[in-house]
Write a protein that binds this ligand. Structure first.
Ligand code: ZN
Length: 305
């Protein structure tokens, strides 16, 4: 079994992860023709490096890059950014929701879908020796496509074989309960699963119900509502902590779009969570709570524990 945490530069000690954004995109190019995905394309190594430097300047130490197969990941670019900045980058394999699945997906057997991911985890991604430190599955808005169930099965089996932690795309926060039930049915302990975009549901009780199932959840759409300082998200985090779910909550910005990154002409950028948002959060939660969701929880989870 590979040793986790696994970064693009190899295994590191859990302690060296430090402040971790659990779901971001550094270099990404969605493989669809639709013009709207031009905004989701980040392809400037210098610009992204500047963003990562701004994160490091505020104390950030690790970024989890959640671009899976066929969403235009750039493994050599992640390695270059990590080497230039000294920031740990954890890269990902896996499949996105149906809209972004590779064109060959439907024609492959379950065994082949599994072997493609296992090969990434064992031997390296996209012709490099770089290994992923997390594996992704995704589902559509308000339903799960048959292909998405097949992807969940492949991801679950690679996790069971290798110990690699699982991080998911819940479209606008939906289908979290169904994802957890699917993973549990396949033999996965939900403590090794991190559900993405749960704040997008705008439903605190739903987030609590997910935590009751033993899974981890991501608040990762901060930075869109700057005029209210992300008031709802801050309230959601405070409520989850008050109800005793502090060990299952993670924080990130999922800023995989030019509009969110100053180096590409957008706002607020990678430093936002550690500056303005942190300031707003510390009116509701303690510094040790903030450390819990940005340091301790990612350290445990990405170590495979
Ligand atoms: Zn994302």
């Amino acid at each position: 079994m590979k040793k986790y945490p696994m970064t693009v530069q190899g295994t590191v000690t859990p302690e060296s992860l430090g402040i971790t954004y659990a779901h971001e995109h550094l270099l990404v190019k969605p493989q669809l023709q639709d013009a709207k995905y031009a905004a989701y394309t980040l392809d400037n190594l210098e610009a992204t490096t500047a963003e990562v430097q701004s994160f490091k300047a505020e104390g950030g130490q690790t970024i989890v890059e959640m671009t899976p197969l066929h969403y235009g990941r750039n493994i050599k670019g992640y390695l270059a950014i990590s080497e230039r900045t000294g920031v740990n980058v954890i890269a990902c394999t896996g499949y996105h929701k149906k809209l972004f699945m590779p064109p060959w997906f439907a024609n492959e057997s379950n065994q082949t879908l599994y072997e493609i991911l296992l090969n990434d985890v064992r031997n390296g991604m996209d012709g490099t020796a770089v290994l992923p430190g997390v594996i992704k599955a995704g589902t559509s808005l308000n339903h799960i496509e048959p292909e998405e169930y097949r992807a969940i099965e492949a991801v679950a089996n690679v996790h069971l074989e290798t110990g690699i932690p699982i991080s998911t795309h819940c479209d606008r926060g939906t289908m979290g309960i169904e994802q957890v039930h699917a993973f549990i049915a396949l033999g996965v302990d939900p403590k090794h699963v991190l559900l993405g975009h749960i704040d997008s549901s705008l439903d605190i009780d739903y987030a609590c119900r997910l935590c009751d199932l033993g899974v981890n959840i991501l608040i990762d759409h901060v930075g869109r509502e700057l005029d209210t300082h992300d008031a709802f998200r801050a309230e959601m985090i405070a409520a989850l902590l008050a109800r005793g779910y502090g060990k299952q909550v993670f924080l990130s910005g999922d800023m995989g779009k030019k509009d969110y990154l100053p180096a590409y002409g957008g706002t607020p950028g990678f430093q936002y969570i550690l500056t303005d948002l942190k300031k707003a959060l510390l009116e509701k939660i303690s510094q040790s709570d903030f450390d819990q969701i940005t340091v301790q929880n990612p350290r445990r989870f990405f170590s495979g524990k």
